[in-house]
Write a protein that binds this ligand. Structure first.
Ligand code: PMP
Length: 302
């Protein structure tokens, strides 16, 4: 199969996987999900940091109080069964925990049925060297992340994505690639679906994760700083820090390490991918394809 969905203990084709549209996740965004990638390695197809993703999926569910009736190992097993049905090494795997109120349309549902659907599709987006060298053009959004008393931003919850999706829909007819969102005070939080890093005077900076997802790619990038002899600091960053950065990149499972060369109409350095970003990207690629012995435990061969 080219793409498939694991639903209710059965693997289904894309079009057969049907659920009731009036479920709680669709009506109210009350669900959590993950985005995971598999890669071709010399030992075959490997899922990168699978356990960390499933762990975060369960943490997200706990934060938003979704009561699960399955274990992390069961989900890993399901992912294994699902991808055995799918051709290709480079896949995008998306488990989503959702819940159904079985016909109840009010808000205070007593007995939500919590379930999981897992999609696996071929990964088709691979930017060319020239696209990487020209980098992303981004803007800072006029919308802010909600305050910490209004949202659980460390949960990868469906409902948290509404503002990102609206921001991106506003940009579909422009040549702006992504949007960066600030926290309520105006410090940089993250991009629509990735964490952000800047490099200034050969030091790497990234925001705290109070208003951003604690990205697994962010963690991988911070881990490889040691090898690259690169100092890093987690700190508050302002828009000016972006404008005056030597290099900027976004980091996430989907976009890996993506250079940013223009922010709010201002060209960053010489407007091309920076050398350290390139080095970080190449190291990242070596890690995800299991070419660095030190990180082989991050690989799952299912
Ligand atoms: N922030 C947001 C809002 C995201 O959606 C993602 C993608 N999951 C990230 C950051 C990066 O997280 P990760 O590196 O774990 O994919």
């Amino acid at each position: 199969m080219e793409r498939a969905i694991y639903l209710n203990d059965e693997i289904k084709s894309w079009h057969e996987a049907n659920i009731n549209p009036f479920n709680f996740s669709m009506m109210y965004g009350y669900g959590v999900f993950e985005g995971i990638r598999s890669y071709a390695t010399s030992k075959g197809r490997s899922i990168f940091r699978l356990k960390d993703h499933i762990n975060r999926l369960f943490d997200s569910a706990k934060i938003v109080n979704l009561k699960l009736v399955f274990t992390e190992d069961e989900i890993i097993q399901k992912i294994g069964c699902l991808i055995k049905e799918i051709n290709g090494d480079n896949l995008y795997i998306r488990p989503m925990i959702y819940c159904d109120s079985d016909g109840f349309l009010g808000l205070k549902a007593k007995e939500l049925r919590v379930d999981i659907a897992i999609a696996a599709v071929p990964w088709l987006y691979e930017p060319s060297t020239e696209q990487r060298d020209s980098g992303f053009t981004i803007i800072t959004s006029s919308q802010k992340r909600p305050s910490l008393s209004s949202a659980y931003l460390n949960a990868k919850a469906n409902g948290n994505y509404l503002s990102s999706i609206i921001n991106l829909q506003d940009l579909v007819d422009t040549n702006i690639d992504d949007v960066v969102i600030c926290d309520p005070q105006g410090f940089i939080a993250e991009a629509s679906g990735a964490n952000i890093f800047i490099i200034k005077n050969e030091t790497l900076y990234t925001p705290f994760t109070y208003y951003a997802l604690d990205g697994i790619t962010r963690n991988t990038v911070l881990s490889l700083c040691d090898e690259l002899n690169l100092q890093y600091q987690v700190s508050n960053l302002k828009k000016e820090d972006l404008y005056l950065a030597d290099e900027i990149f976004l980091a996430g499972t989907a976009m890996e390490v993506m250079p940013v060369t223009k922010v709010d109409g201002r060209i960053i350095s010489n407007g091309r991918q920076g050398n350290l970003t390139k080095e970080i990207f190449h190291s990242y690629k070596r890690i995800v394809t299991n070419q660095v012995e030190k990180y082989h435990l991050w690989h799952s061969y299912l």
